[in-house]
Design a binder for this molecule. Structure first.
Ligand SMILES: Cc1cc2nc3c(=O)[nH]c(=O)nc-3n(C[C@H](O)[C@H](O)[C@H](O)COP(=O)(O)OP(=O)(O)OC[C@H]3O[C@@H](n4cnc5c(N)ncnc54)[C@H](O)[C@@H]3O)c2cc1C
Length: 337
């Protein structure tokens, strides 16, 4: 029987997603948010780590604010077997009754969290962009809804745990502190575990960027208005001169002009650069919801009435490819001189 009724424990759990650790900081970001929220409901901050030889992650999560870490460490947990992870989490939640479970909206988290919520018969808000605690001690989960056209504030008043996935880059991690202490609770692998229906034969890491787009000080974003994959490639040249990263809208990613990794928006990354260039982008809410922390926006569009032009600090009514080429030429000239 899953834990779907209110119980007294007030712990906030953060699922430890440590794959691609140096690029994917979402677990640390969630721990930071849990540290902010915990005093409001008199809760402890806990991390949950499953895997093979995970001691370094236990230490890391404690150094980033976890007061307690629940661990299942076993060679069979290499490669993130999802059905096993769901089962292990279900067992631990049933045993310890956390109040809140937070999971990063990574590719794994997006598969893992709904399966877990279903098992636990509780609610789940996906892709949240904020988490707060209200006067009744409930977690208010702000998530895009109706195709991203509205931001909904969602609470889970009846069932437990309250569950949310949160987009990477939404919260700031707190600095690593080796002096922090935490309790470690190790659990053995149960005798009976699901037979995985999907077997991971090998995994290959996609080509890494020089920096994470979420942390880039300059982001050069391109949309359908760039016209073609070949023309879109010019944006990489511009980004490289500016020591920035390239972002893209959904049509661009769906047309395979660039990897999904570059997607900026509701379904992709949240960026907060000092300067954001936007080339040939209309400014749909699903995209702009993820750029509202940009400090300065330069938008290039043939249509002066495009929403992206209204949001811009500098709006250039022109052909995106021509402006991109002119900028590259001018910047190269300045570098030479
Ligand atoms: C559930 C859901 C989730 C979504 N998530 C995302 C998301 O995460 N990220 C995202 O980006 N979108 C997302 N979308 C899609 C989003 O609604 C828009 O369709 C998308 O952002 C539009 O991309 P775009 O601006 O590149 O294309 P368009 O809307 O087609 O705009 C192209 C722009 O280029 C301009 N243009 C054309 N030619 C030129 C030229 N030569 N020079 C200059 N300007 C030119 C046009 O005037 C136009 O403004 C989502 C949609 C849904 C329903």
């Amino acid at each position: 029987m899953s834990n779907n009724s209110k119980k007294s424990a007030r712990d906030i759990w953060v699922f430890g997603d440590y794959r691609n650790y140096f690029q994917n900081r979402v677990t640390l970001q969630l721990l930071a948010r849990a540290v902010d929220l915990a005093p409001k409901i008199d809760a402890r901050v806990c991390a949950v780590v499953f895997g093979n030889d995970v001691d370094e992650y236990i230490r890391e999560y404690i150094a980033h604010g976890a007061q307690k870490v629940y661990v299942v460490d076993h060679p069979s947990l290499d490669n993130y077997p999802i059905e096993t992870f769901v089962k292990l989490m279900e067992i631990l939640v049933d045993k310890y009754s956390p109040e809140i479970v937070l999971i990063g909206a990574t590719s794994f988290g997006r598969e893992f969290a709904p399966r877990l919520a279903k098992r636990l018969r509780t609610g789940l808000s996906a892709d949240c962009i904020n988490l707060e605690i209200d006067d009744d001690g409930l977690m208010v989960q702000t998530a895009p809804s109706f195709g991203g056209n509205l931001l909904a504030k969602i609470v889970t008043p009846e069932t437990r745990p309250q569950m949310a996935t949160v987009r990477p880059g939404t919260f700031q991690e707190i600095p690593h502190d080796d002096n922090k202490k935490g309790e470690v609770i190790k659990t053995d692998l149960p005798d009976s575990l699901p037979v995985e229906r999907v077997k991971v034969i090998s995994s290959v890491r996609s080509q890494e960027r020089s920096q994470k787009i979420e942390d880039a000080r300059v982001v050069v974003c391109g949309g359908r208005g760039m016209g073609s994959k070949k023309k879109f490639k010019k944006l990489f040249e511009l980004a490289s001169i500016l020591n920035g990263e390239v972002g893209a809208t959904r049509p661009v990613v769906y047309s395979n002009w660039v990897d999904h990794d570059a997607l900026v928006g509701q379904a992709g990354k949240h960026v907060k650069p000092q300067v954001l260039f936007s080339f040939g982008i209309s400014g749909a809410i699903q995209h702009t919801a993820a750029i509202n922390d940009a400090e300065f926006i330069v938008s290039v569009n043939k249509n002066p009435n495009a929403m992206m032009m209204k949001l811009a600090d500098v709006a250039i009514v022109a052909d995106a490819n021509q402006v991109c080429a002119a900028l590259i030429k001018e910047l190269k000239k300045r570098i030479r001189n």
